[in-house]
Ligand binder design. Structure first.
Ligand SMILES: [Zn+2]
Length: 232
């Protein structure tokens, strides 16, 4: 906890690449302000996946930035990451939207000390409102049961593990964009979409900061996503 507080007051290195200096270095900041990849599609694509936009592939400094924010409480990253997520949300249009984070388990939120996806949703909503978009962030989903560890499962195994795991709450009939930091197979986004639709919402799409590189391709590319820094 002390280290988290000290990092907030006195960041000693870039949270993306470790370069010495305060705050984000210029190359890492540039990762977050470029145009998003746009809509991306996993291979295989799980049934029920809504249109999904991503800022970039999950590698290099962006991977480290997201882990620093999520697991190490580098909350000075919330604002630049939220603005980057806002750019991915705009792929779905200009609203009105409710941004609904994929919920973490209560245990994970307690052990991390914060709800990283809700923080990002709120920061993205602030960035979008400053652009005149009618949007707010709401926790419309909660976990009905704890989930088995997803790592090492195939796409179809993840889908079976997740089905029925989430439930919608709050007022119905909203236009929702599901948001999260990272997407792997898309199974969690599918379950979030299923639960929101069962709760009476219209799911416009989903937006993430990063799609894991090996499994996802953009519809405008036939090869795996290139590192974001190579896009010029
Ligand atoms: Zn850096």
């Amino acid at each position: 906890m002390l280290a988290v507080l000290l990092d907030l007051v006195l960041p000693r290195e870039c949270a993306g690449c470790g370069a010495p200096g305060a705050g984000l270095c210029a190359p890492c900041r540039a990762l977050l302000v470029g145009p998003p990849l746009g809509l991306v599609t996993p291979t295989p694509c799980p049934p029920g996946l809504p249109p999904l936009s991503a800022l970039a592939s999950y590698d290099g400094p962006l991977q480290r930035l997201l882990l620093s924010h999520k697991e190490h409480g580098r909350l000075q990253l919330t604002r630049p990451l939220g603005s980057a997520l806002a750019a991915a949300v705009l792929v779905h249009g200009r609203g009105p939207f409710v941004l609904c984070p994929v919920p973490s388990s209560p245990h994970a939120v307690r052990s991390r000390g914060h709800d990283h996806a809700m923080r990002l949703a709120q920061a993205a909503a602030r960035a979008l409102r400053s652009e005149g978009v009618d949007v707010r962030a709401m926790r419309l989903l909660r976990q009905r049961r704890s989930l088995a560890d997803q790592s090492g499962l195939t796409t179809s195994q993840r889908a079976a593990n997740l089905h029925g795991a989430l439930r919608a709450q709050g007022p119905p009939q909203l236009r929702v964009v599901v948001v999260d930091d990272v997407v792997t197979t898309g199974a969690t986004v599918v379950e979030a979409t299923r639960a929101l639709r069962a709760g009476g919402h219209a799911v416009v799409g989903a937006s993430v900061l990063a799609a894991t590189q090996k499994r996802w391709v953009s519809p405008v590319r036939t090869s795996p996503l290139p590192p974001r820094g190579s896009q010029g």
